[in-house]
Ligand binder design. Structure first.
Ligand code: NAG
Ligand code: NAG
Ligand code: NAG
Ligand code: NAG
Ligand code: NAG
Length: 215
């Protein structure tokens, strides 16, 4: 009985994680930092190396003049995004691996400066070192952004080892991105339900919400 339950939960887990596409590709996706400590460059967050020792991670500067730290991911194309997952360092000797992470947010834009926020951490204590946050947006650029500084530091810092971004090509939704959006005016739809946004349908006479088929 217990074994069946384990197999069933493992099945659910696999189905859940294969539902959307992952868009970060080594050599294609471009990562940029707000500042850099030593050789801990931004590109380490998009190199498909998930090792969480700081030697394999990006690290923004510890300079006290700094007021914000960010890591910008350029997907090089606009996608419909469902979630953003990132791996943080786990090598600190004092065990306080995510002490610099509480209060971070995730920002999105089609330009190289942020347009809006899709996720904000409520300054959670004891964040895990792997976080996946829902981020519903149609976007080319994604920022992991931090303006909070830990009680031990004089500047906000980010130490991100790897980032993955899940979603669908624009115009698709649902499990495995297998369904095409209806004739929405915005050209895209809700990535889970297929509903068009407040702009509604591209043409009159189409059924409200999903804009599929004419009345
Ligand atoms: C990272 O930040 C440093 C400034 O600290 C800058 O010189 C460098 O160009 C940035 N690199 C990237 C890839 O964003
Ligand atoms: C850095 O990543 C590589 C590749 O996964 C791994 O072999 C190496 O042990 C990592 N370095 C440290 C210090 O963990
Ligand atoms: C990016 O552009 C698409 C249209 O191509 C638009 O639907 C979307 O709202 C834009 N995203 C942002 C974050 O401005
Ligand atoms: C974000 O982008 C959308 C779509 O391009 C635009 O309508 C909106 O004004 C922008 N918002 C900000 C805060 O720049
Ligand atoms: C989605 O893909 C998974 C893995 O390939 C498959 O098992 C599942 O049946 C697919 N679901 C749909 C609705 O196509």
């Amino acid at each position: 009985m217990g074994l069946f339950l384990v197999v069933f939960l493992a099945y659910l887990f696999i189905v859940k994680t294969t539902t959307y596409n992952q868009f970060v590709r080594k050599g294609t996706t471009v990562a940029t930092n707000s500042s850099q400590l030593g050789t801990y460059k931004a590109s380490r967050a998009v190199d498909e190396n998930f090792n969480q020792h700081i030697i394999n991670c990006s690290h923004t500067s510890a300079n006290c003049n700094i007021k914000e730290a960010w890591l910008r991911i350029n997907l090089r194309k606009v996608y419909s995004i469902k979630s953003v997952k990132f791996w943080y360092r786990t090598d600190r000797r004092d065990g306080k691996n995510t002490i610099r992470l509480p209060g971070y947010s995730i920002l999105v834009s089609n330009e190289s400066w942020p347009n809006s926020s899709c996720y904000r951490d409520p300054v959670s204590p004891n964040l895990p070192s792997i976080n996946e946050n829902e981020c519903l947006a149609t976007t080319q650029y994604i920022w992991i952004y931090q303006s909070h500084k830990s009680s031990e530091d004089c500047a906000p810092m980010l130490e991100i080892c790897e980032v993955q971004v899940y979603g669908c090509d624009v115009g698709f939704y649902g499990e495995n991105c297998s369904k095409a959006c209806g004739l929405c005016k915005s050209g895209t739809c809700d990535i889970m339900t297929g509903q068009c946004d407040e702009l509604g349908c591209a043409l009159p006479g189409f059924q409200a919400s999903e804009c599929i088929g004419s009345l």
